[in-house]
Design a protein around this ligand. Structure first.
Ligand SMILES: Cc1ncc(COP(=O)(O)O)c(C=O)c1O
Length: 463
């Protein structure tokens, strides 16, 4: 007697498939998804119980548990009043195509297995590369996110530096970055066992060439020998600030250092004509991180790393193994695995490709410009409010503002109450100026479906 296997099609599976498809359609069409709240693990245990059993609890039961219980303890990144961290608002097209990418089950590491899909990814990648202004042969690859893109760039930079002379091979590397750099820079430096030196931000809260040069000149000869890269940020996570890329590029060229630009969040604004001039100098970078899962409306998780000279990245990342020789036999194809730290991979750039192909790039520009506009609208409302103050003019789509007479605890209580009530997710942050740190509130606009009424309602809740 044959037992039914996990991959057999039966009535239960058909019903579950219909259920899942119905859910997917309803969810992608829902612009006001329920904003959940994280319960304690013990509460979830009592609420949901054990789900992994020897016989299985069945697809319907598991899916119902997910929809009715587990999801309630999550926050949809596209809720229009989710303005915390860097939210996300994937297009319907990209989300649906993410389902297709899973269903096709294509291994996207090599041209040999993924050629057609990689062709699509590369079309989307070419658009990103064109936005940066990097000249040929610049190209890139989709990664699992900004952290892994930054890591891949650091490895390429470090290996290139070590290949320059034998002496460098024995040295521990050193990277210079700014106070405003994302936490992943420091954390990925640990992964590659490199040290970090921070440059203070200038009067405009940016990393600039003058201060960078001063920091380099202050290094001991030993440290100068181990310095191999400078990392600037184009859109800091906290405040949306774009470093002075042009002057940083000048210093990197003069000092013969790898110039990496972390535009994980801000990179979306490369497609926005109103602010494109702020990125001047990015076209001189050796590598650039951009996260399509942030401001290019792709589902998680999709980052991108672009290299001025992809061959350097290939030298640093290509994996060798007898079982892989066959993959490299046909050198006419592009193997995404050769340009970043990940080997097996889904075709994670395809949801972006599909959505871009369907909507055209103009719609992307409009949606990104709307995020920038919402930041200006919010800032104006804050300027006109009696109980609020703008901390600084908005940079990109980030707005920092304070509620007069509130202490850090007031901000936290307000955030938690809003989330518990399913109303909004707006979180406080720290803003440091002239050595003084204060807790302030922060908006980051991504979702073009966020309305002025949403902003009004959030600001009113602070009265
Ligand atoms: C500037 C910057 N770099 C890197 C990252 C890390 O990206 P990811 O969360 O995709 O790993 C972020 C995330 O917010 C970011 O804003």
């Amino acid at each position: 007697m044959s037992k039914k296997g996990m991959h057999d099609l039966d009535m239960d599976l058909i019903e579950m498939t219909m259920d899942i498809m119905k859910y997917v359609i309803a969810r992608v069409s829902d612009t006001q998804p329920e904003l959940g709240y994280p319960k304690k693990e013990k509460e979830l245990q009592d609420f949901i119980g054990e789900t992994i059993t020897e016989e299985g609890i069945g697809g319907q039961t598991a899916f119902n548990l997910f929809k009715e219980k587990m999801l309630k303890a999550t926050v949809p990144s596209d809720h229009p009043r989710h303005l915390a961290f860097v939210p996300a608002a994937p297009t319907k097209a990209a989300t649906l195509f993410d389902v297709v990418v899973s269903a096709t089950r294509v291994h996207g590491a090599y041209w040999m297995t993924g050629a057609g899909g990689i062709y699509g990814e590369n079309q989307a990648m070419q658009w990103l590369v064109n936005l940066t202004g990097l000249p040929k042969p610049a190209f890139g690859v989709f990664t699992s996110g900004g952290t892994s893109a930054n890591l891949s760039a650091m490895v390429a930079a470090r290996e290139t530096w070590r290949d320059k002379n034998e002496e460098n091979k024995a040295l521990r590397g050193l990277i210079i970055t700014s106070q405003g750099a994302h936490s992943s820079i420091k954390s990925m430096a640990k992964v590659i066992d490199a040290d970090i030196v921070l440059v203070d931000d200038d009067e405009e809260d940016k990393l600039n060439g003058k201060w960078l040069q001063k920091k380099i000149d202050e290094l001991s000869p030993t440290d100068r020998n181990r310095l191999f890269a400078v990392i600037a940020t184009a859109g800091t996570t906290n405040a949306g600030i774009i470093d002075n890329l042009e002057t940083v590029a000048d210093v990197c060229e003069k000092e013969n250092l790898w110039f990496h630009v972390d535009a994980a969040y801000g990179g979306g604004a490369l497609a926005a004509p109103s602010v494109r001039h702020l990125f001047k100098g990015i076209e001189r970078a050796d590598s650039i991180t951009i996260d399509p899962h942030k401001w290019f409306f792709s589902p998680y998780d999709c980052g991108a790393i672009i290299y001025k000279n992809p061959e350097l990245a290939r030298k640093a990342h290509a994996q060798q193994g007898s079982y892989l020789d066959v993959v490299y036999q046909d050198s006419s194809g592009f193997n995404p695995s050769e340009y970043q730290t990940q080997l097996s991979r889904r075709l994670r750039g395809l949801p972006l490709w599909f959505s871009l192909a369907m909507h055209g790039t103009k719609r992307y520009t409009q949606a990104i410009e709307r995020g920038l506009e919402l930041a200006q609208i919010a800032a104006e409302k804050i300027r006109n409010s009696k109980h609020l103050e703008l901390v600084r003019d908005p940079s990109l789509s980030c707005v920092l503002y304070r509620r007069k007479n509130w202490n850090p605890e007031d901000y936290s209580k307000w955030t938690i109450k809003n989330q518990q009530e399913g109303f909004a997710l707006v979180t406080p942050t720290q803003w440091t100026k002239n050595g003084i740190s204060e807790t302030v509130s922060r908006f980051c606009f991504i979702n073009p479906e966020t309305t002025e009424e949403d902003i009004d309602a959030i600001l009113k809740s602070m009265e």
